[in-house]
Design a binder for this molecule. Structure first.
Ligand code: SF4
Ligand code: SF4
Length: 328
């Protein structure tokens, strides 16, 4: 299994490298900014024989193999979109095209989709490039019953399914957009040239919670996120993110901070020199994460994952107005 995992990681590194270097031949590329942050490494910070993969039983290996195969196949299929530059005849697409994309992704299992125009270059990882500066961003849900078992093999398998869903949906959306005569490139379900969580917040799909994950109205933090880069520049954008109240709620909650088994989540997000925020100590998290089926405890305990967004918002607004009355 360790050899198999090592081979998969080699494949994954190769695939991500391909999708990052191939667009350099395109001529026109969108490059990261001088103050962009580097992408975190895929390699676990602990020895491979200390990861939870070594403890997989035979039946677990049988169960996870098709999910990993689906993910890898989806990602390898995605790379064919990078084999040559696509020239669009125009970049203006009617609103109906976006409506059709929305219907397509929802039919394929995504829960929400939005559009970002003129992506901030700071969100492109340091030294990376993307084919276009506009993107369709979408989320897929992970099953709450499986997440509630975290950290566990069941939860790990659910996360793997989520990544597979992202890869399949991205490819289908690219196929659809290109058939319509526009340019589109899938991003990699894992890795990628941009910070998908930041993209999700920029698109207005949710807000980043204290655990550094996107909190969404439909599934709380139980989502995975991906993007499709396109030169279409006429799709509607959210002018105001309706979900930013979540961070104020976080300042009262801090359940993920208290529940992290290795205290990797900052008591409150730290603002860096370049304006980015750091929510977790990545090095501390990744060691536990790698040894414990990808952990996901912070997704599990977040009230948005279980209680429901609307219910929490109602309680929050009630408390806020009661506080304001007291202050007056
Ligand atoms: S557990 Fe609480 S503090 Fe942490 S992200 Fe969720 S709502 Fe915010
Ligand atoms: S994944 Fe686990 S170790 Fe990492 S921050 Fe979340 S709860 Fe902590």
């Amino acid at each position: 299994m360790a050899e198999l995992q090592e081979k998969k990681e080699r494949n994954l590194d190769h695939l991500i490298e391909f999708m990052e270097t191939k667009p350099r031949n395109f001529g026109e590329l969108v490059h990261s900014a001088a103050d962009s942050k580097p992408r975190r490494s895929f390699a676990p910070l602990i020895a491979k024989n200390e990861t939870s993969l070594k403890n997989f039983t035979f039946s677990q290996k049988l169960k996870i193999a098709p999910r990993m195969a689906r993910l890898m196949k989806g990602m390898w299929n995605g790379k064919r979109y990078y084999s040559k530059r696509v020239e669009s005849k125009q970049t203006e697409a009617p609103l109906e095209v976006f409506e059709e994309i929305k219907q397509l992704v929802q039919r394929l299992g995504a829960i929400d989709v939005k559009f970002v125009k003129d992506l901030p270059l700071k969100q492109v990882f340091k030294g990376k490039s993307i084919p276009h500066q506009n993107a369709i961003v979408f989320t897929v849900e992970m099953d709450n019953d499986k997440i509630q078992t975290a950290p566990s093999f069941e939860c790990f398998a659910e996360v793997a399914k989520g990544y597979g869903d992202l890869a399949v949906i991205s490819n289908e959306v690219c196929k659809f957009i290109r058939k319509k005569g526009y340019s589109a490139y899938p991003s990699t379900a894992m890795g990628g040239q941009m910070d998908y969580v930041a993209m999700g917040e920029l698109a207005g799909l949710g807000a980043i919670g204290y655990h550094g994950l996107l909190i969404t109205p439909d599934a709380g933090a139980r989502v995975r996120i991906s993007t499709i880069y396109t030169d279409i520049d006429t799709f509607p954008v959210e002018t105001e993110n309706q979900h930013l109240w979540v961070r104020d709620f976080c300042s009262y909650c801090r359940k993920c901070v208290r529940s992290c088994p290795v205290q990797a989540i900052n008591n409150e997000p730290q603002v860096n020199d370049n304006g980015d925020i750091t929510c977790i100590d990545y090095k501390t998290c990744i060691k536990y994460f790698s040894a414990n089926y990808g952990c996901a405890n912070c997704i599990k305990v977040c009230p948005f994952s279980t209680a429901g967004y609307d219910k929490i918002q109602k309680g929050y607004l009630k408390k806020k107005s009661a506080n304001e009355r007291t202050d007056n």
